[in-house]
Ligand binder design. Structure first.
Ligand SMILES: *[C@@H]1O[C@H](CO)[C@@H](O)[C@H](O)[C@H]1NC(C)=O
Ligand SMILES: *[C@@H]1O[C@H](CO)[C@@H](O)[C@H](O)[C@H]1NC(C)=O
Ligand SMILES: *[C@@H]1O[C@H](CO)[C@@H](O)[C@H](O)[C@H]1NC(C)=O
Ligand SMILES: *[C@@H]1O[C@H](CO)[C@@H](O)[C@H](O)[C@H]1NC(C)=O
Ligand SMILES: *[C@@H]1O[C@H](CO)[C@@H](O)[C@H](O)[C@H]1NC(C)=O
Ligand SMILES: *[C@@H]1O[C@H](CO)[C@@H](O)[C@H](O)[C@H]1NC(C)=O
Ligand SMILES: *[C@@H]1O[C@H](CO)[C@@H](O)[C@H](O)[C@H]1NC(C)=O
Ligand SMILES: *[C@@H]1O[C@H](CO)[C@@H](O)[C@H](O)[C@H]1NC(C)=O
Ligand SMILES: *[C@@H]1O[C@H](CO)[C@@H](O)[C@H](O)[C@H]1NC(C)=O
Length: 496
């Protein structure tokens, strides 16, 4: 497999970056060592009642525990799965595990967050992936093929941590009282504000308060069709094959590493194209989901700051969140079609354009406390898009691409490994329900929780699912799919 992928890379290396990328890929494949150990077989799952779903979810999480010491630092976190993912700590996966553990044993959530913050960078960035896993010296060295160092990668990931902190504080309040909850808020609030300031100061570089992601991997929705055009895929190729898309992911990483030394300021300020020829940093993407979670995350941090009497910090958080919320409603909303759009820069001209694809991230402005485009359009989005049976209301919602989009593909193919092009996932479902719940759309929220429960009762806990048939795909027991537990408790379907 490894070998085959390497060959694919050669046959595909192309365009302005090709000679350079070819060299780098050659280097990589020469250095490649060893095959990954085979995945363990999937364990049986008991999911016929809601209570069994909960216990199956915690069994999975428990079995994903990684605890020990490395670089003189203690770690305690949960890997995403025993299959497919290495024993490393990912930002948004761990963020989801913290929410789930908060209902059972909040100490596990706290240890996970403390573990992660040990690798917060001096500039405030929290890495997408921290390489705690056991590796041979050769495997450690290999990490430098892509990254500036061998401890953590240079990207970040969907800024979900304010919701994780909220869950931790809430659970601490319930189990240990207000003094303990205040202490927890004081421990974690400032590092998270520092992280959000990093997003604001290094990623909102156009003066419009919208943040860029440097790679599809940073949203977590890796191969979402939202990014196709930013990667230079022509609009008339709505379902690009692996060979057309995946090499772009690698090219970007390698150009950031070898051309820009992972200096993010340099990456975001370098010229985009010269005379119509794309330069190496061709990917310029403002994802509407990332921006919504970023803006709503600021609001949540503001509320936490306010709750512990930090009025000055709260004002900063609210102001930053409101600025981005306003930019989302003015720059990313199209009054004609009454929907939100991603923005990207055309690979050749550098001109900012709306990405045509309708993907699940376009529902996430519903998270914004203020969603005013002349009038509140939450009703329109919920009736016209989310609960529309031609768009997002499938038998097992929420598909990650609108079903009426030419890019929609309900099937995940292991050999292609292009994720997020249609199948239903746990974290996007969680955010849609969170948005509905925060706006008091209780009936729709409950209906979605019920359909998600039906999906898990039918198919068990997996990485992703066909939104029409419910067929499961990818890694078994994926931690972020256990987020259903949060809603089983919060809606009172399960009590214990
Ligand atoms: C499934 O549930 C049944 C009854 O609740 C229990 O006896 C059995 O041990 C469970 N199996 C697994 C694999 O957890
Ligand atoms: C909660 O988690 C901590 C850390 O994993 C563990 O030491 C403790 O025993 C757990 N508490 C309960 C009641 O299970
Ligand atoms: C690495 O191996 C050691 C010893 O077996 C273990 O204690 C540690 O938890 C492992 N690290 C991870 C991240 O699994
Ligand atoms: C480096 O990144 C590429 C994708 O860009 C990946 O295929 C390869 O496995 C990575 N190498 C290491 C050592 O992680
Ligand atoms: C990163 O790039 C910027 C812009 O090119 C430059 O001003 C800065 O000095 C660089 N930082 C480092 C650490 O090299
Ligand atoms: C800013 O946001 C907060 C919460 O997100 C909200 O309560 C407040 O009204 C907003 N302020 C303005 C001026 O929009
Ligand atoms: C549902 O989506 C279809 C397009 O796929 C559209 O024609 C129809 O008007 C939408 N329904 C509502 C209630 O907006
Ligand atoms: C939702 O309902 C609660 C409780 O009735 C209320 O406090 C809150 O202001 C409502 N939120 C919105 C966005 O209407
Ligand atoms: C906070 O905790 C209470 C119970 O202590 C629970 O009812 C509520 O759903 C929790 N809220 C969140 C957002 O987790």
């Amino acid at each position: 497999m490894q070998q085959q992928r390497a060959l694919h890379r050669f046959s595909e290396a192309r365009s302005a970056a090709s000679v350079f990328v070819l060299l780098a890929l050659l280097l990589q494949s020469v250095c490649a060592v060893g095959e990954r150990a085979p995945d363990p077989p999937a364990p049986p799952q008991n999911t016929s009642t809601p209570a069994q779903v909960v216990s199956t979810c915690y069994d999975f999480l428990e079995s994903h525990l990684c605890a020990g010491e490395l670089w003189g630092l203690p770690f305690h976190f949960y890997r995403p799965s025993l299959q497919k993912y290495s024993p490393d700590q990912w930002l948004w996966d761990s963020g989801s595990h913290m929410i789930v553990w908060s209902h059972r044993n909040v100490t596990n959530s706290i240890l996970d967050l403390r573990t992660m913050l040990q690798m917060q960078q001096p500039d405030g960035r929290i890495p997408e992936e921290i390489f705690w896993g056991n590796r041979t010296d050769a495997q450690r060295l290999e990490l430098l093929d892509n990254w500036s160092n061998e401890r953590a990668c240079d990207l970040t990931q969907m800024p979900v941590l304010p919701w994780s902190l909220r869950a931790i504080i809430n659970a601490t309040l319930a189990t240990a009282g207000p003094v303990a909850a205040q202490k927890i808020a004081e421990e974690f609030l400032l590092p998270l504000i520092k992280y959000f300031r990093w997003w604001r100061d290094t990623r909102a570089v156009d003066g419009d308060d919208l943040v860029y992601v440097l790679h599809g991997w940073e949203s977590g929705l890796d191969a979402s069709p939202a990014y196709d055009q930013a990667y230079g895929i022509p609009e008339d190729v709505p379902q690009p094959p692996y060979l057309l898309l995946y090499p772009r992911f690698e090219e970007l990483i390698l150009t950031y590493k070898f051309l820009y030394g992972w200096n993010q300021t340099a990456i975001l300020h370098a010229p985009h194209a010269i005379d119509g020829l794309p330069l190496f940093n061709f990917f310029h993407m403002k994802d509407v989901g990332v921006n919504s979670i970023y803006a709503a995350g600021w609001a949540l941090l503001g509320a936490i700051a306010e709750s512990i009497g930090q009025a000055g910090l709260a004002a900063e958080c609210y102001a930053s969140g409101n600025a981005t919320a306003k930019a989302i409603t003015t720059k990313m909303f199209d009054p004609q079609t009454r929907r939100f759009f991603h923005l990207y820069k055309n690979v050749h001209t550098g001109e900012e354009k709306r990405a045509s694809q309708n993907t699940v991230q376009t529902l996430l402005p519903l998270l914004l406390p203020v969603l005013n485009v002349g009038k509140d359009i939450a009703d329109d989005i919920i009736a016209g898009d989310l609960t529309n049976t031609s768009k997002y209301w499938s038998t097992f919602p929420v598909p990650t691409t609108s079903m009426d989009s030419p890019s929609f593909n309900p099937v995940f193919s292991e050999s292609d490994d292009l994720m997020w092009r249609g199948p239903t996932w746990g974290f996007t479902n969680w955010f849609v329900i969170e948005a509905l719940s925060s706006r008091n759309y209780t009936a729709v929220a409950d209906a979605l929780v019920q359909r998600w429960l039906a999906l898990v009762e039918k198919s068990g806990i997996w990485e992703q699912y066909n939104p029409i048939t419910g067929d499961p795909y990818g890694a078994v027991g994926l931690g972020m799919s256990t987020l259903i537990v949060d809603w089983l408790y919060r809606t009172g379907i399960v009590r214990d």
